[in-house]
Design a protein around this ligand. Sequence first.
Ligand SMILES: *Cc1c(COP(=O)(O)O)cnc(C)c1O
Length: 387
Amino acid sequence: MFKEYQQLRIPGPTPIAPEVQRAMERTILGHRSGEFSKIFAETIKKAKRIFQTEQDVLIVASSGTGALEMAVANVVEPGDKVLVVVTGVFGGRFAKIAKAYHAEVLTADFEFGTAADPNQIREILKQHPDIKAVFATHCETSTGVVNPIQELAHIVKETNAVFVVDSVSALVGMDLKFDEWGVDIAVTASHKALGLPPGLALIAVSQKAWRVIDENQGTRFYFDLRSYRDNAAKDTTPFTGPVSLVFGLSKSLDLIEEEGLEQGFKRHFLLRNMVRAAVTALGLELFVKNDRDASCTVTAIKGNDQLDPEKLRKVLREDYKIVAAGGQQHLKGQIFRIGHMGYTHPMDILTTISGLELALKQVGYPVELGAGVKAAQEVWANEKNLG
Ligand SMILES: *Cc1c(COP(=O)(O)O)cnc(C)c1O
């Protein structure tokens, strides 16, 4: 019994709505069939709404990192100077990919747990007017920081550089106004807030970005955005598309539309506030101190002398069926992370917090059972105006 029971509380893959699961069970179609092309075209139209754009959105069979590489490969030629905003592991990954494509990489590094300072980016761009592209992470999943994308976009817009945003763990969970803010490339992936299995990436591209992409002489093949654009104009993909994932995406986008994008942001904000209030009430320390910098999709919590995050995660997983994430790189063993994006209801958070309390007690951490749940309930009750 309960072999498959779980609370999947990692920042991707995330839980999948039953409606989405069923949509993916549909009989497979040929990727060049008229029936699939129709679904594909409609899905792209719906996907534009989550990016809040009327420009191009393309679908690629790939993990999130593939989408990051796609952005780099299509913008960067060897020797190009680029700026990467690094607030954690995923910003660091952008820098690694840009180096692999032989860019001259400048990084703006910020302490893990804090957001990027737009003034520093403005200064660097002033000193280096030849920067061709600026890469930034929307939600830095390794720390739970959200970066000020709107402000950064505003700064980069005044230059010749294109602004590329990794919104893999943010899109749909937090606002990204692609057209209004002036973002040039934004990428996301299926297994985060979209609530699908891994394997599909989405990439939005502005007219300013297309000018750079069309002139780029650099090497690329599978990830050549021009072939995705040209095929999308014919309602198809250059290679075999992720057919079943597109069925799922179409349904997931319907659910998002039904809830309303704004309402979805509010729900994610509530989930974050519930987790932060509970963690604080339990006497644990949040890795991101400042509410303003705290992501609505993932929360990192510090270990301490009395609390080994890895031991806690093992107990959570084995005894309470809650799968939490650990820290990455130098944060391994220092923090644990709770994902709260996509198909996540406030009730799921109450369940998670109550299991967390029991697990804390089990590993010998002094905890008052119910204190975290109560704090989270109060946040929710307040939001519902229960008085
Ligand atoms: C999950 C994630 C990625 C992509 O990771 P993959 O394992 O390649 O899917 C990229 N950036 C961020 C911010 C992420 O959270």
